[in-house]
Design a protein around this ligand. Structure first.
Ligand code: AMP
Length: 422
C-alpha cells in the first residue's frame, strides 16, 4: 500500500468541493441564528467513560465502533463518536444551566466510528447537531425537528421524510421491554445472531434490525405506544399537535428506536429514500436522563444531528447547491527580472484591497502564463513588460471581451476601479 493511501472510511475534501461545504455551513449558521442556537465547540476526544456511561455499554457504538486508546498518561481516551454526550459534559463543566433556560447550542465537526465503510457511511464523518437543555416542553421537541427541516428547505432539498415515535421513559419502557421479550423470546432461534444477543442485552434494538427475516418476525411485535405512561402519552400527543400546528408532516413509525441508550420519549429520524441503504440524513430525540447520568441535576433535554456528508450527497443527487466556478480577479503576466518584482508589488497592493490576484511562480513564457490565466478563469490579465515598466503603465485585458486598456502604475485606484467590475 503506498504511503499516500488514506485510512479506510476517511475522505479528502478537495478545494473544489470545499466551496460546497462552506456554502452549506453558511446556511447552517444562518438557520441556527434564526432559531437562537449558538455554537459550542468541544474537544474531538473525551474520557472514554463519558461515552460508555452516556451512550450506554450495550450499544453497537460503545461495544464495537469507538476509536479508543490509552494516552501516554495511561488515560483511556476516545475520539468522539457523537456530539450529545460531550455537549452535556460541557454544559455541566461550564455550569451553563446557571444562566437562562433552555440552553440552546449547536455543534459542527468530525465524528469517528469504526463502521463498515460504504456509500454514505464513513469512519470519519461530519455532524451538525443542536441541543436544547433545561426544558421538557414538547414545543422544544418540535422546534428541534423544525430547525433541520428549515435547513433542508433552505438548501432546496425535496423529498425527505420525517419519522416519529415515542419510546417512553425508563418506567413505562420497563413494562414494554418485558412484553417485547415475551413476544420475541420464543422466536430466538429464527432471529439473526445480533438480535439473539440484543434479546438478552438491549431488546428495544430488536425493533430496528435491518435483516429482512427479523423484520418479518417482529412486524407484529407489541407497539410501545400502547405502554406509554400517562405523562409520556400526553407529551407525545402534544408533540404531534404542535407538529400539525407548524405544518410539519411526518409518519409514525412504532419501530423507530435509536442506537443510543440515552433517549427518552420523542425520537425522530429524517430520511431521504433516494440515498438507498444509508438514507438517514438526520436523527435525534429527547434525552431527559442524560444530564443526571453524567452527574448533574435532573435536566430534560432534546437534540438532533444531521449527517453533513449525506446531506451533501442528497443535494448533489438533486443537482442542488451548485457552484459557479469563479477564478481570480486578475492574473499578472510578467517578463521576469524587474517586471517580476513589480508584479509581486502590484499583486500585494491588489490583495490588500481584497482582490484575488495571481501570478506565475514557474518562470514560464508569456504564452504559458496566458494559458494559466485562461485555465484559472481569471477575469482580467495585467501585462507588465519592460516597456510598460519604463513608461510606468500596465496593460489590462478583459478576458471575456478581449478589450485592452493601459493604466498608470502610479494611479492604482483607476486600475482597481476597473477590476471592481469583475
Ligand atoms: P446518529 O448520531 O447515529 O443518530 O446519526 C445522525 C446522523 O449522522 C445520521 O442520520 C447520518 O446522517 C449521520 N451518520 C451517522 N453515522 C454516520 C457514518 N458512519 N457516516 C456518515 N454519516 C453518518
Amino acid at each position: 500500500m503506498p504511503l499516500w493511501t488514506r485510512p479506510r472510511g476517511t475522505s479528502d475534501i478537495l478545494p473544489e468541493e470545499i466551496e460546497l461545504w462552506l456554502k452549506l455551513e453558511e446556511k447552517i449558521r444562518a438557520v441556527c441564528h434564526a432559531f437562537g442556537y449558538r455554537e459550542l465547540r468541544t474537544p474531538m476526544f473525551e474520557h472514554t467513560e463519558l461515552f460508555q456511561r452516556g451512550i450506554g455499554e450495550a450499544t453497537d457504538i460503545v461495544e464495537k465502533e469507538m476509536y479508543t486508546f490509552q494516552d501516554r498518561g495511561q488515560r483511556s481516551i476516545t475520539l468522539r463518536p457523537e456530539g450529545t454526550a460531550p455537549i452535556v459534559r460541557a454544559y455541566l463543566e461550564n455550569k451553563l444551566g446557571a444562566g437562562s433556560l433552555p440552553v440552546k447550542v449547536f455543534y459542527y465537526g468530525p465524528m469517528f466510528r469504526y463502521e463498515r465503510p460504504q456509500a454514505g457511511r464513513y469512519r470519519q464523518f461530519t455532524q451538525f447537531g443542536l441541543e436544547a437543555l433545561g426544558s421538557s416542553d414538547p414545543l422544544l421537541d418540535v422546534e428541534t425537528i423544525a430547525l433541520p427541516i428549515e435547513l433542508y428547505r433552505a438548501c432546496g432539498l425535496e423529498g425527505f421524510e420525517v419519522e416519529l415515535n415515542s419510546i417512553g421513559c425508563p418506567s413505562c419502557r420497563q413494562e414494554y421491554r418485558k412484553e417485547l421479550v415475551a413476544y420475541a423470546g420464543p422466536l430466538r432461534q429464527e432471529l439473526c445472531p445480533s438480535c439473539q444477543s440484543r434479546l438478552d442485552r438491549n431488546p428495544m434494538r430488536l425493533l430496528d434490525c435491518k435483516e429482512e427475516g427479523c423484520r418479518r418476525l417482529l412486524k407484529d411485535a407489541p407497539a410501545i405506544e400502547d405502554y406509554l405512561c400517562q405523562e409520556c402519552s400526553s407529551h407525545f400527543s402534544q408533540v404531534r399537535s404542535y407538529l400539525g400546528a407548524l405544518d410539519i408532516s411526518y409518519h409514525l413509525n412504532p419501530h423507530l428506536v435509536r442506537g443510543f441508550d440515552y433517549y427518552t420519549r420523542t425520537v425522530f429520524e429524517v430520511t431521504f429514500p433516494k440515498l438507498g441503504s444509508q438514507d438517514a440524513i438526520g436523527a435525534g430525540g429527547r434525552y431527559d436522563g442524560l444530564v443526571e447520568e453524567c452527574g448533574g441535576q435532573p435536566t430534560p433535554a432534546v437534540g438532533f444531528a444531521v449527517g453533513v456528508e449525506r446531506l451533501l450527497l442528497a443535494l448533489k443527487s438533486q443537482g442542488k447547491l451548485k457552484l459557479e466556478k469563479k477564478g481570480p480577479a486578475v492574473f499578472i503576466v510578467n517578463f521576469g527580472g524587474r517586471t517580476k518584482v513589480k508584479a509581486a508589488q502590484l499583486a500585494q497592493s491588489l490583495r490588500r484591497e481584497g482582490f484575488w490576484a495571481e501570478m506565475d511562480y514557474l518562470d514560464r513564457s508569456i504564452r504559458a502564463q496566458m494559458k494559466s490565466a485562461n485555465r484559472l478563469r481569471a477575469g482580467y490579465v495585467l501585462v507588465l513588460g519592460e516597456e510598460e515598466l519604463a513608461q510606468k503603465k500596465v496593460l489590462l485585458r478583459d478576458m471575456e471581451t478581449g478589450r485592452e486598456e493601459f493604466y498608470k502604475l502610479d494611479e492604482p485606484e483607476q486600475l482597481m476601479k476597473a477590476l471592481g467590475r469583475v
